[in-house]
Design a protein around this ligand. Structure first.
Ligand code: PLP
Length: 422
């Protein structure tokens, strides 16, 4: 039996209707931006394997660090114990974060990092005995993960449909624009005395279709939210670590968050790790003689030493000369290519921010579940590029190691996607 056949007997894949699914492609090796398939095909990983890979696959520097750490200390319970990689990573991350963050709480993926942020915010008000502050405000079209709390603050959609009765109520508002900013401020003021936190993906709503929105109006909105005493949670799980052209998307904003959530690129895309960082204001509300005011949350693999080591190695590479030059080069090439796409007949809303480029295919139906996404994936893979459109939203999010030649090839394939009558 082939690997793909064996898979189909025992595996259940994420976000996949198993019935009549295409046989999954066995990947035997990856290096730089290239995925090597068992059958000899190669694919440029133009979406960084679901937005995680920063410096390239199987990076020898990160691999070596993980290997050496694995021989020293692979895991230890993080209640009552500590270790160098966890402390060192917190010491290095805190000064890099966009805001006055003083504490790092570890977990092991993006959804847990947002769950932690929500629980931390709600219990903050509970600890302060301001128990009226329970509501969460979030954006329509948001995505913050797949666990129940994370789903609750995400847009109600086909992904969450089976669970709607079980999700907590959230005040959803649209992303700010010149036209709606006044009414959004009104909504914030209306709910302010009952609201614990506001969670948002700064400037780009990733899974919601790489929708980008304006920093100017977001700053206005955040000013109102902060004046209302509401905790601001920036979910930078996708936007963090250079994707938008800055280390964090919140750097484009003058209003800084009180809590920030990180995962995906945190370890350069090598190990599962989540971070929820908070300011001293939040932390202080938990430091108390009253045991009930403890933050009772943790995961088995909290601060896993291998994952923290991978994150430290990834930071080394990000801070190395050349990394932001490559990010800037991708940014420039993306803008130039976006210019060429602007006036194509069947594209809409061509947009870029840093290394991200996205547009809509206007033919084909305007829905995630139609076939256009898988048809585009197939066509791109036949041409040596891996793309995975979000419905009719085609986007790229390449690893920073992508070469000029590889990026040209990706653009070429995007060019043919745009030329095709879907
Ligand atoms: C992917 C993502 C998450 C969830 O992260 P997982 O590691 O997949 O659980 C949360 N928020 C944003 C903005 C994301 O893009």
């Amino acid at each position: 039996m082939s690997l793909s056949e064996r898979d189909q007997h025992v595996i259940w894949h994420p976000f996949t209707q198993q019935k009549n699914m295409l046989p999954p492609v066995p990947i035997t090796k990856a290096s730089g931006s290239i995925l090597f398939a068992e059958n000899g095909s190669r694919y440029i990983d133009a979406i960084s394997s679901w937005w995680v890979t920063l410096h390239g696959h199987a990076h020898p520097y990160i691999a070596e660090k993980i290997y050496r750490q694995a021989l020293e200390l692979e895991q230890v319970i993080f209640a009552g114990f500590t270790h160098e990689p966890a402390v060192r990573l917190a010491e290095r991350l805190l000064p890099l974060l966009p805001g006055d963050f003083t504490r790092i709480f570890y977990s092991d993926n993006g959804s847990t990092s947002t769950e932690v942020a929500l629980k931390m915010s709600i219990q903050y008000w509970w600890n302060r005995e301001e128990k009226k502050r329970r509501k969460i405000i979030a954006f329509t079209n948001a995505y913050h993960g797949d666990t129940f709390g994370a789903m609750s603050v995400s847009d109600r959609s086909v992904f969450t449909l089976a669970f709607h009765d079980h999700l907590f109520e959230v005040v959803f508002i649209d992303v700010p624009t010149a036209d709606n900013i006044a009414s959004l401020k009104g909504i914030i003021q209306q709910h302010q005395s009952e609201t614990a936190a506001f969670i948002y993906e700064p400037l780009v709503q990733g899974a919601g279709g790489m929708k980008m929105y304006d920093a100017q109006w977001m700053d206005e909105l955040l000013t109102t939210v902060k004046n209302a005493g509401i905790i601001c949670i920036a979910d930078e799980v996708m936007t963090g670590f250079g994707r938008t052209g800055k280390l964090f998307a919140s750097e484009y904003l003058s209003q800084k968050p009180d809590i920030i959530c990180l995962s995906k690129g945190l370890t350069g895309g090598t190990m599962a790790l989540g971070v929820t960082a908070c300011t001293n204001r939040i932390y202080e509300a938990y430091v108390n003689d009253d045991k009930y005011k403890t933050f009772f949350h943790g995961h088995s693999f909290t601060a896993n030493p291998l994952a923290c080591t991978a994150a430290l190695a990834s930071l080394d590479l990000l801070e190395k000369e050349g990394c932001f030059e490559r990010i800037n080069a991708i940014t420039r090439l993306n803008s130039a290519f976006a210019g060429k796409l602007q006036d194509r007949a069947n594209t809409k809303d061509v947009r870029t921010l840093g290394t991200l480029l996205a547009f809509e295919i206007t033919k084909g139906k305007d829905e995630y579940l139609n076939n256009i996404s898988s048809s585009i994936t197939k066509m791109a893979m036949d041409n040596g590029v891996y793309l995975r459109p979000l419905g009719n939203t085609v986007y790229i999010m390449p690893p920073y190691c992508i070469t000029g030649e590889e990026l040209e090839k990706v653009y070429e394939v995007l060019g043919s996607v745009v030329e095709t009558d879907w």
